[in-house]
Design a protein around this ligand. Sequence first.
Ligand SMILES: C[S@@+](CC[C@H](N)C(=O)[O-])C[C@H]1O[C@@H](n2cnc3c(N)ncnc32)[C@H](O)[C@@H]1O
Length: 225
Amino acid sequence: MKVEVKQTNDGSNTLFVPELNEHYHSIHGALQEALHVFIKHGLQPVIENATEPIRMLEVGFGTGLNAILTLQTFLTEKATVFYDSLEKYPLKEELVTELHFENFILNPELFEYFRQLHAAPWNETVKISSNFSLQKIHADLETRSFPDQYYHLIYFDAFAPEKQPHLWTEEIFKKLAATLKTNGVLVSYCAKGSFKRALKAAGFAVEALPGPPGKREMTRATKII
Ligand SMILES: C[S@@+](CC[C@H](N)C(=O)[O-])C[C@H]1O[C@@H](n2cnc3c(N)ncnc32)[C@H](O)[C@@H]1O
């Protein structure tokens, strides 16, 4: 897929895919969106309730923004995390450089970790920091199978349902529900009614939460069965 670097309204960069007419993050602010949806409303509550090492799955590694913000969070946490991230279309190294994330990941230590996230080999678990291990999985969500009752948290960060309807189905959310532990959480920037209905049908309790700047709502879903 052809992609172009674009600046978003909070000054952070994202990628634009002309073929899909779709951005990797909110044009209102990539960094703000990732911090609000995935860190504040996904990760933080899971850390607060953690009684064992946290296992989490991201759908769409993309630029590695969610991954580096998660690693940043764990720099000041005692908890340990195993971060698995699925990606069907890994980005070329040159493109990651062109994103110039050093312009908003200002801490040089953190930026070095960002480089390591991208340099890590695919399909291997690599310890990046004392309490953050990464496994980038080069695979397609549609065909990938996952262990039962395994993850505490899922960042569901696929392209929008209008662009990739086959990834937002009840069947996909049943598969994701099965790999979550009971009370496990799935978060997404998306607040569409059809998404929330598919989650409910798959066995989730669904909450609509206030969205990041520029978006009214986001979704958090908890596996209840
Ligand atoms: C909205 S972007 C994710 C942004 C990413 N989380 C980040 O922090 O930059 C969607 C991502 O899902 C990936 N993707 C698209 N279809 C996929 C599929 N079938 N299986 C796995 N990943 C997929 C895309 O290549 C893209 O990286």
